[in-house]
Design a protein around this ligand. Structure first.
Ligand code: NAD
Length: 490
């Protein structure tokens, strides 16, 4: 490796089937988080640009062929998008690694294929859908249709850009809606290509628009207040979700929110540690801990605490932190300077709260060309107080807290002692306990003796402040459709 500088890209908006510049020609910079080199100048959408994108999407919905074409034809085009993503997977993985700082091989082997699968899955799933029929004796017949809602604003975060955007775009398009997409300002590169990929796949102009910019008083806010937008599907921070809900309220927009998390990963004394430790390492440090589903609170039964700490620490020390483009790298930097400052502020907080540092807590030793990158070692604390800030707040970086517990009741109490409820993980060989914990942890997904395993038909979403609504399978289709009942006198 050594020199990962690339040419500086110009990222434009994609509106009504073509790349366009910002109407004021204003751009912002995106940096490679591994080196701080500028990798892109991105056109920032003005209110006028967002208005053009939303009106193009409205026109494509009302007047274009998209929602009227057969499901088979529409889904064929969506599947073609998936194929193009696979055809371009090396390029997309390289861009994702450059933008987010995640290891290239993870993007190549997992996230980009999953992004393609998000599209093909919903195309296939949609083709198998029927409706309901409710006969009223021999006098009337009710039947139900599911029709597209209209224009969807799809707003996504920076941690898994293409994967999370296609997770929304798949059901949005399969059900016949049109979209205005806004990726996060820090990681626009892969998502910026979705408009051209849609066009190449034969999807009509105006169906997939991509605007670029920030949140408040920028593209994000302009979209969520725009009168032509009917639906907002948002993934991001809980506080952002609250603001978006307020902004969308005046025009009564339908919302689906996937928000923050602070999952408990509960390790009981009968757990198979040979499996629990490597998976818990993944759950803590995958994508530098920048995963909403991260198992960032590891609750460990006190009787196995010493053994767990030794083995977990050893496994963390074996992670190779380094250049995202290097195939041997397990963990890259965090996404930006601002985020690095936020994540590392928790090192002081942990210290002030008398947490015990087990491993990490500083910049790793790295070659010269990565000296400016936003790197932090995998960092492990022990904290006895589950109310400590590092046990309560979403750090969203490679910082994990081990919390000891004695009994199952105590583990449950700690697991539920959070405003979040996205997911939970439990490691035990006791079947009854696995079910008890799964039923009583208040979260949308519980993984037993595994983590991050996803069947796209299953509901995905959060309890409490981790979200509103569910994505996945028919849950996504419901969000993106209006149910219509037709009652016929026989
Ligand atoms: P963020 O909320 O800061 O930004 C997300 C997106 O919203 C970005 O595109 C941003 O520009 C936009 N935005 C910000 N303010 C806005 C506003 N006022 N109006 C409209 N749009 C606005 O989140 P982030 O920092 O990019 O991502 C990290 C967060 O996302 C974490 O909290 C993480 O847990 C969460 N997340 C959740 C899931 C899930 O499925 N539940 C998945 C991934 C990430």
């Amino acid at each position: 490796m050594g020199n990962i500088q690339t040419e500086v890209k110009e990222v434009k908006l994609f509106i009504d089937g073509e790349y366009v510049e910002s109407s004021t020609n204003s751009t912002f910079e995106v940096k490679n988080p591994a080196t701080q080199e500028v990798i892109a100048h991105v056109h920032e959408a003005t209110n006028e640009d967002v208005d053009r994108a939303c009106r193009a999407a409205r026109r494509a919905f009302e007047e274009g062929p998209w929602r009227k074409m057969t499901v088979a034809e529409r889904c064929g085009k969506i599947r073609r998008m998936a194929e193009i993503i696979i055809e371009r997977k090396e390029e997309l993985a390289r861009l994702e690694a450059l933008d987010v700082g995640k290891p290239y091989h993870v993007a190549l082997e997992r996230e980009i294929p999953r992004a393609a699968h998000n599209l093909s899955f919903f195309a296939d799933f949609m083709e198998k859908q029927g409706g309901e029929v409710y006969p009223m004796e021999d006098e009337y017949l009710n039947y139900t249709r599911y029709e597209p809602v209209g224009v969807a604003a799809l707003i996504t975060p920076w941690n898994l850009p293409l994967m999370l955007t296609t997770w929304k775009l798949g059901p949005c398009l399969a059900t016949g809606n049109t979209a205005v997409i806004k990726p996060a300002e820090m990681t626009p590169l892969t998502v910026s290509l979705l408009g051209e990929i849609a066009k190449e796949a034969g999807i009509p102009d105006g169906v997939v628009n991509v605007v670029q910019g920030f949140g408040a008083d920028s593209a994000g806010e302009f979209m969520t207040t725009h009168p032509d937008v009917d639906l907002i599907s948002f993934t991001g921070e809980t506080t952002t979700g609250k603001g978006i809900m307020k902004n969308g309220a005046d025009s009564l927009k339908r919302v689906s929110f996937e928000l923050g998390g602070k999952a408990a990963n509960i390790i009981f004394e009968d757990a198979n540690l040979d499996k629990a430790i490597p998976v818990s390492i993944q759950a803590a440090f995958m994508n530098s801990g920048q995963v909403c589903l991260a198992g960032s609170r590891i609750l460990v039964q006190r009787s196995i605490m010493d053994e767990f700490v030794d083995r977990f620490k050893k496994a963390a020390s074996e992670l190779k932190v380094g250049d995202p483009q290097d195939v041997s790298t397990n963990m890259g930097p965090v996404v930006s300077e601002e985020h690095y400052n936020k994540v590392t502020s928790y090192l002081d907080i942990a210290n002030d709260e008398n947490s015990t540092l087990v491993y990490g807590g500083k910049r790793p030793d790295l070659p010269d060309y990565l000296q400016d990158g936003y790197y932090l070692e995998p960092t492990i604390y022990i904290q006895e107080d589950p109310n400590a800030r590092i046990c309560q707040e979403e750090i969203f970086g490679p910082v994990v807290t081990l919390i000891p517990f004695d009994t199952e009741e105590e583990a449950l109490e700690i697991a539920n002692n959070t405003e979040y409820g996205l997911n939970g993980v439990v490691w035990t060989d006791n079947l009854q306990r696995a079910h008890r914990i799964s039923h009583n942890v208040r979260a949308g997904t519980i993984w037993v003796n595994c983590w991050f395993v996803r069947d796209l038909r299953a509901p995905f979403g959060g309890f409490k402040k981790s979200g509103i609504g569910r994505e996945g399978g028919h849950h996504s289709l419901e969000f993106f459709t209006e149910a219509k009942n037709i009652c016929i006198a026989l």
